[in-house]
Design a protein around this ligand. Structure first.
Ligand code: NAP
Length: 520
């Protein structure tokens, strides 16, 4: 965004809480952290030179490589001089008279700006369970989303990890390699698909690079921003033999495309069941102890409706003698004790606790900031019943305020890099349009917002996602409204909608001149 705004000749300043760039890849440095979208796709496309010069070493990049990439991009495009690190934004307040935002930071600064653009991310507000006793825990404890920069030593230690989502799955595998003993406290098993990660052969990388424009275009118009598609068929209609072949092929390919094996896996319960049964069989094959295998098999949600995990050796980890799976659904954790934790049935002595307990997702990071629009309206109040946006980019009452990967856009249902770039380009074009036409402010109409909220809801409810308690529906955070807020119609469809809105003279938006008169 900064690069694009500079390209327009505007002055821009970025505020960043961390000491460095990288966002997710800056904070989530837990052992085993890696992206589960393939590196050649999970990368910037805005600069051909950048995509040609950067060499990915693995099919799925590990966190240090992604952080190095973010740093390389920051250096290459000389971004740092306009980024203020170690600075948290505390409030953003719109002045309707001068049509400007005042941004305040935790360093006591106040900055005036015509535009305020949120790039706070969807998974950056870590959530910690409120078990009693944590303050008295004598050992070390960490949250995967706030992992320290220094190396954490697991050797010889009894470690408890709470949480079995993507972060828990990845760190379990890595910690088990070093710990004296690892207890995995599982409340809800999740589906995990093999990544088959490994070195990225120079030939394979070269093949993508030789054809990168086509590759990127395919990603931009694909369902989830990753260039693969389903066979277009319904799983429940296929014969059992046919399905087995299809699932085996998708399993052998690995990663997210498993859920794209058939076109209705995320919309039809019966079809979804066939994929879930296949994965259950795979888990039984991998895990030697049948009791442990049954515990690891999800039984309370359709496959893929909690974000799929992608792993290299997760289920096999439970064959190790130094790993114990503890079912805290059956016997919940009661309290953290000075030397471990106690469930309703047992006590565990632990030297370290790892919380892989997720995030106040999608709206969480934004709503932690005091954001006030016209008439002093608080965004928290406006969104008290759930987020309301037009295109996931703007919201009524908050002029000149844009949300990169905001709720109501494909955001977390997509390859984030593709979605981020699409929003950045759309916002850039809108700002340029305003400058050319001498508009001072832009805001969606209530009608456009109402229609979009309904569209997002209606499309979401053609899928199985709303059936499940998950961070997608907000149920992982106490008191949060239960609502499925991402746009589930697909990255390509969404892009076409956004492009059409812009091409139609920004249909659904109202532009205002500096003297307060509105455009027609
Ligand atoms: P998550 O998917 O929300 O998983 C949190 C886990 O903690 C769940 O197993 C949850 O159990 C458990 N939990 C939460 N509160 C608990 C409590 N009070 N007691 C016991 N268990 C509790 O969080 P995450 O693993 O950090 O992943 C979040 C998202 O970040 C992912 O879905 C993904 O989008 C992204 N991510 C991506 C990557 C990658 O690209 N490789 C890696 C990590 C994360 P319940 O299910 O029962 O609530």
């Amino acid at each position: 965004m900064l690069h694009r705004l500079r390209g327009l000749g505007l002055s821009a300043r970025v505020f960043e809480r961390g000491e460095g760039v990288g966002g997710t890849w800056y904070w989530n440095r837990y052992p085993g952290a890696r992206c589960d979208t393939e590196s050649v796709t999970y990368s910037y496309s805005f600069s051909e030179a950048l995509e040609q010069e950067w060499v990915w070493t693995e099919r799925y990049a590990p966190q240090p490589e992604l952080l190095a990439y973010a740093n390389h991009v920051a250096d290459r495009f000389e971004l740092r001089r306009d980024i203020q690190f170690q600075t948290a934004v505390t409030s953003a307040i719109y002045d309707d008279v001068v049509r400007k935002w005042t941004i305040s930071t935790d360093r006591g600064e106040k900055i005036n700006a015509r535009f305020c653009i949120s790039a706070v991310g969807c998974l950056s507000a870590a959530a910690l369970p409120d078990y009693p006793g944590l303050d008295d825990f004598a050992g070390e404890w960490y949250h995967t989303g706030h992992w320290p920069h220094e190396r954490v030593d697991f050797r010889g230690k009894r470690i408890g990890i709470i949480g079995t989502g993507s972060s828990g799955v990845q760190s379990t595998i890595a910690i088990a390699d070093e710990a004296a003993h690892l207890y995995v406290f599982q409340r809800t098993p999740n589906y995990s698909i093999p990544a088959w990660n490994g070195p990225l052969a120079p030939d394979a990388l070269h093949a993508v690079k030789a054809n990168y424009r086509q590759w990127r275009e395919a990603a931009r118009y694909a369902q989830i921003g990753i260039p693969f598609s389903s066979n277009g068929k319904s799983a429940k209609v296929a014969s059992p033999d046919e399905r087995e072949r299809e699932y085996e092929a998708a399993w052998a390919e690995g990663g997210f495309n498993f859920v794209m094996a058939y076109s209705d896996l995320l919309t039809d319960l019966e079809s979804n069941r066939t994929a879930a049964d296949f994965v259950a069989r795979k888990i039984r094959e991998k895990v030697k102890d049948p009791g442990v295998a049954e515990l690891l098999i999800p039984n309370d949600h359709p496959l893929g409706t909690k974000r799929l995990c992608v792993d290299t050796g997760y289920y096999e980890t439970f064959n190790r003698a130094n790993v114990t799976l503890v079912d805290i659904r059956r016997a919940p954790i009661e309290t953290i004790t000075p030397h471990g934790l106690r469930t309703t049935t047992e006590s565990y002595d632990l030297d370290m606790l790892v919380f892989a307990t997720g995030f106040d997702a999608i709206t969480g990071p934004l709503l932690k900031i005091d954001i006030r629009g016209k008439g002093g309206e608080l965004l928290q109040d406006k969104w008290a019943g759930g987020p309301r946006t037009y295109l996931g980019l703007t919201t009524v009452g908050f002029p000149n305020f844009f949300t990169i990967t905001g709720p109501g856009s494909p955001c977390v249902l997509s390859n984030m890099l593709v979605s981020i770039e699409q929003h950045v380009d759309w916002i850039t074009a809108c700002v340029e349009h305003m400058r050319n036409a001498h508009f001072a402010s832009v805001e969606p109409t209530l009608e456009a917002e109402n229609d979009w909220v309904k569209t997002v809801h209606d499309i979401g409810h053609t899928t199985l996602y709303p059936l499940t308690n998950s961070w997608y529906t907000g149920t992982n955070i106490q008191g949060k409204v239960r609502m499925f807020t991402p746009y589930a119609g697909g990255v390509g469809t969404y892009r076409r909608v956004c492009d059409a809105v812009a091409a139609d003279g920004y249909e659904g938006f109202e532009f205002t001149y500096a003297d307060g008169s509105a455009s027609i």
